[in-house]
Design a protein. Structure first.
Length: 261
């Protein structure tokens, strides 16, 4: 299979960043003696270890893949030199040369995922957009997830939460706002969210509704410590009454949560 050229890799990188998928670019910047590829060769590495392109194949790519995933976890650019001489000493090859590779992580942007596109959900999307966040809005009701209803959503997705996060993964830079129409939906959605690396998870609802939801989650075997991640009632207590004021309270809590992390 033909390896993608630099233009194709750049297009793939741009698409990944737009979709909020963390990806690292590995670029050979210096070589010496015998090596499989030379300066300028590139490869993309995603958070799950999958790759696109090649910097030489073989064991060296396994080393680069592992180091790139670490770079994505730390968010820091790394410059790593690999010696390809003696596998018995842990080298990833026997070509006889060295390769210095720059690992540049492109992290997902700060994103607000709004689950439920009723009045409050729409107000949160509008305010999050104004504040500079990438906004993803999802609902299983197509009539609520339209460009007319959500002009400031960067992503509008109709379907289940599972389908949404498969297409637009939740990362450590994602804040999730759950403003659904029923506690039954919350019980269905929260196990998936609680297993994610989301920075913030907030759920709309009264204390009574949350008590019912929490009890159902515990009965389903969800660890109570994991459930404690949820911010509920959602938003800071500012005496909010209108949907716009509620959106302010929610985004204020998200900002405060990010500053504390």
């Amino acid at each position: 299979m033909r390896a993608p050229d630099h233009r194709e890799l750049l297009a793939e990188l741009t698409a990944a960043v737009a979709d909020g998928r963390p990806v690292a670019v590995a670029t050979i910047v210096e070589t010496a003696r015998s090596v499989p590829r030379h300066p300028g060769a590139k490869m993309l590495i995603y958070a799950d270890g999958s790759t696109s392109g090649t910097i030489g194949g073989g064991e060296v790519e396994a080393f680069v893949r592992a180091d790139a995933v670490e770079a994505l976890e730390s968010g820091n650019t790394r410059l790593v030199t690999y010696t390809l001489e003696d596998p018995s000493q842990g080298d990833p090859g026997i070509c006889g040369g060295t390769m210095t590779i720059a690992l540049e992580p492109y992290m997902s942007p700060d994103t607000v995922l709004v689950v439920g596109c009723g009045h409050v959900g729409r107000a949160v999307v509008d305010l999050a957009h104004w504040l500079g966040y990438r906004t993803v809005a999802t609902d299983d009701r197509p009539d609520l997830v339209t460009e007319e209803a959500l002009p400031h959503a960067d992503v509008r997705f109709v379907g289940s939460l599972e389908e949404t996060v498969e297409a637009h993964p939740v990362t450590s830079n994602t804040s999730v706002v759950v403003v659904t129409r029923s506690h039954g939906l919350d019980v269905e959605l929260l196990p998936l969210l609680l297993g994610s690396p989301a920075r913030y998870i907030g759920v709309m609802g009264s204390k009574r509704r949350w008590a019912t939801t929490r009890a159902a989650l515990v009965d389903a075997g969800i660890d109570p410590a994991a459930i404690d991640r949820v911010h509920v009632p959602i938003g800071l207590e500012i005496g909010a009454e209108t949907v716009e004021e509620i959106a302010v309270s929610i985004m204020s809590e998200i900002i405060a949560s990010g500053a504390a992390s």
